[in-house]
Design a protein around this ligand. Sequence first.
Ligand code: GLP
Length: 642
Amino acid sequence: MSNFDDTGSILGSADERVASQQERFEKIRTLVCPDSSVASLKLAKEVAALILERQANGQTFVLGLATGSTPVPFYRELIRLHQNENLSFKNVVTFNLDEYYGLKRDHPESYFRFMHDQLFDHVDIPTEQIHIPDGTIPMESVYDYCLSYEKQIEEAGGLDLQILGIGRTGHIGFNEPGSAMESTTRMITLDRVTRQDAAADFMGVANVPRSAITMGVGTILKAKNLVLMAWGSNKADIVKEASEGEITDRVSASFLQTHHSAVFLIDSAASSRLTRFRHPWLVGAVNWDASMKKRAVTWLSSQLNKPILKLVDEDYNEKGTGELLASTSEAAYEVNIDCFNRVQHTITGWPGGKPNADDSYRPERANPFPKRVLVLSPEPMDAFIGMGGTLNRLKEQGHEISLLFQTSGNLRVADVAALNFARVTLEMAEAIAESGWEDQKRYAQSIINALDEKGEFGVDNQLVRRLKGLILRGEVRDAASVCGLEPGAVRFLDLPFYEEGRYRRFQRTESDVEIMQAVLEDLKPDMIFVTGNSGDPSSNQAIAFNCFAEAWSNFSDESWSSNCRVWSYRGRDGGFETHEIEMAVPMSPDQLEQKAEAIRKFMSTSDDDLSTPTRNREIAALYDALGMAEYEAIEAFCRWKG
Ligand code: GLP
C-alpha cells in the first residue's frame, strides 16, 4: 500500500504503481505521512537529487512553485540544504503558479514577496531564472502577458516538476470551480471561500484582491511530475473529493486524476476522510475492536438514517459491515446495545466530572473536585467558539477556571475599530482642551496617521497592533463575563511568535514554549482543554498547540500531569466525526443563546465565523439521529493523549 515510509520515493511514475485493495477508491497515488515536516524533508531531498542530477549533466531543472502555508516547510528544507549542504540552485528555473492581481510586488501578501521571503532570498538562484506572474500589469495587456508566460514555460523545456497546494474550493493555483481542464494562464475572479480563507492574511476580507493571474489547469497538467501537498483536517474533505470523486470542473484538483504521475502527499489529518481510513471495512479486513465497532455502527446508522437500536442483521450485511457481526458472532441487537451505550456515555452535563457520583461510565472523573481547569485559546475567539457553553457549565459547577489566551489575535481586528477608538480619544482631548490631555491627543493622532498612511493593503505598525490587541482584550473580558467568568480567571499570554509574525508565516520560538511551560508549572491543572492539534501545522492554532505540547512533554514524570486529562475541542478547524466524540456536553436553547451572545461581543474582528451555534445544533442533530435524547445543541470533545 502506498503508505509513507523511508524506502519508497515520492516522485515517480504512477504507471509502476499497483494500487492495493485498500486504496482502490483513490484515483490518484496518495502518500500519507505521519506529519508534514517529515514529508516536506523527504520531498526536498528528492528534489535536491534531481537538481544535482541535472547539474552533473549541465542541464537545467524547471520547477513549478506554489505559495500558501503548505509548501513553507519544503522551502525551509531547500534553504537548509543550500546553506548546510551546498545545494546550488544555479541550474534551477522556476515558474510560480499564480499572483494576486493589483498588488504591488512589495506588498507583504504579494506572492512575489512571499516567494522571495520564503525561498529566493536565501538561495543562489539567478534572478533572471525566477518567473512569477506579474499582478501589476495593466488590464489591457493581461491577455498577451498570459500568452507570453505560457511561452516562457515552453521555451524553458516545460515544467519538470510542479509543486501544488489545494484551496478549500479544490483549486490548484487559483483555478477556481468552473476552470476548464484545458485552461491556460489567465486572469481569474477569486471565489468567495478563497477570499474568506485569505482574510486573516489581509486583515479583513475587504482587503483581499478580487482577482488573480494563474496558470491554467492545462498548463499544470503539462508538467512531467506533479506533487500536491495538503496538511491538516481542514483539507480532509477536499482531498477526498479530489482523489476519490468524479473528475469535474467543480474541483479543479480532480483533473489531476488524468495525469500519469500526479501524487498527493498528505498528513494523517488531511487523509482522515479517505475511504481507507474513514470506512476501512469497505476496503479490507479490519480489527473489530470497540472503537472500530463504534465507528462502523454510527456510520451505518447515519447511512441508513435509522437510529442505532433499530439496525437489524440485514442492514449490517447490506452496507458491507456484515463482517462485524460475523467476527464477533454477536447479533445486531447486541452490537447495537453496546454501541448505543458507548455513545450514550459520552453525554454529560458535568464536563468537569460529577462529584460523589459513580464515574465508571462518565467521560471525566468525579475527583478531584473542584478541579483546576486550564482552558487554552490560541486566539481570543477560539475557546468561545469551541466551548463557550462548557466554560459556563464548568464555572457554574464550581471549578477553578483559568482561561488563557495564547496569542493577542490583534491581526484580526479591523482598522475601523482602532480608528473609532482614536477618533473618540481625539475628540475628548479637543473637547476638554486641557494641557494634561496633550499626550492622549498625540497618541490618538499617531494612530490615525498610521492607519491613513498604511493605505489599502499596508501593514500595521507596532503601536496600532498594540491598540488592536487591547481592544480585543476588552471584548474578551465581555465575552468571558457572559460565560460567567470573572476578570481574574482570564489571562493574556501574547506569545511572541504571533506578535512578530503574519498569518501563514508564523514560526514558533523557544520563548513561546518557555511561557507555556511556566504556565503549566504554575497551575498544575487537573484538566486541560486545548485546540489546534489537527490543524494546518502553520496555522496560529496548530503552532499554539505545539507550544503547549512541547511544554507538556517536559512534565511527563510529574504526578500532577499523569493525573491530568487533556481534552481537545474544535474551533475553526472543522468538527469531530460522531465516532470520535468522547465527551458531548448538551446545551439548552438558553445556553446556546448565551454562547452566541458571548461570540457577538467580538465586534472588532474582521472574522465572520459566527456560524458556531449552527455547528452545535448539527452535532445535536447527529446524536438525535443515532437515537440519543434530542438536545438543542452539543459541544464536543475528544481526549488528547500526547
Ligand atoms: C492559495 C494559492 C494556492 C494554495 C492555496 C492553499 O489559494 N493560490 O496555490 O494552494 O492558497 O493555501 P494554504 O497552503 O495556505 O492552505
